[in-house]
Ligand binder design. Structure first.
Ligand code: AP5
Length: 212
């Protein structure tokens, strides 16, 4: 399976991509998670990306291409992968073609459709585990014990870019820079659109159906 997830911030890309990756035995490659790790480790990449991410803007294409080229070059991605949050610009999509092989027939792209007004509510109540990356929602997917990760007991946190100003900017970046990526793949007949509204299990079923 070689799959790209496209969708606005908070549409459920991470939630669904993690589950799909573990079911199909391929790595879940989230560029957002990779950047957050770089920030936590205090690397040069993290120092450059941190303020950009906090503002809600996209990290420059050349930085992103270096990260993704290295990651896709690792042996666990040789047979397949699920890309979550990449590509996010047409330039990234074109350059990805040259990494995975031009016009790769096996590459599929799934766009999660969720309207902006739902996004804002979902993001406001999202919490994640800073240690293992598990994603929760205080209403639809709460942890068993108040504010503690079910897997490792670490205290859950809200992401620094989940404030209202940054979320508005992230949505604007999605509409202006990432929606053209969906058009790019639609023209190659690789795009499938899936309704992202409804319980997580139902959305997952729709995704599986659209891939079969
Ligand atoms: P990234 O980490 O990719 O963030 P994002 O695209 O904004 O997406 P999110 O992680 O916010 O949401 P999601 O769609 O994964 O939703 P989730 O499953 O968590 O990127 C962050 C930043 O990094 C970017 O802004 C940019 O600066 C930079 N960056 C990353 N990649 C880049 C690139 N390629 N180029 C340039 N810059 C890049 O779900 C959200 C919430 O909803 C959760 O609480 C969840 O529990 C809940 N939920 C999920 N599904 C449902 C459902 N069906 N019903 C109800 N609630 C649900």
């Amino acid at each position: 399976m070689k799959l790209i997830f496209i969708g606005p911030p908070g549409s459920g890309k991470g939630t669904q991509a993690k589950r799909l990756a573990s079911l199909h035995g391929v790595p879940h490659i989230s560029t957002g998670d990779m950047l957050r790790e770089a920030i936590a480790e205090g690397t040069e990449l993290g120092r450059q990306a941190g303020p950009i991410m906090a503002s809600g803007a996209l990290v420059p294409d050349d930085l992103m291409m270096g990260i993704i080229r290295d990651r896709l070059g690792k042996s666990d991605a040789a047979e397949g992968f699920i890309l979550d949050g990449f590509p996010r610009t047409v330039v990234q999509a074109e350059k990805l073609d040259s990494i995975v092989g031009n016009g790769d027939k096996g590459l599929r792209v799934l766009q999660l459709l969720v309207p902006d007004e739902v996004i804002v509510k979902r993001i406001a109540l999202r919490r994640s585990c800073p240690s293992c990356g598990a994603i929760y929602h205080l209403e639809s997917a709460p942890p068993a014990t108040d504010n503690l990760c079910d897997r490792d007991g670490v205290e859950l946190m809200a992401r620094p870019d989940d404030n209202e100003t940054a979320v508005r900017k992230r949505l604007e970046a999605f509409h202006r820079q990432t929606l053209p990526v969906a058009t790019f793949y639609k023209a190659q007949s690789k795009l499938r659109e899936v309704d992202g509204i409804g319980p997580v299990d139902e959305v997952f079923e729709r995704i599986e159906k659209s891939l079969n």
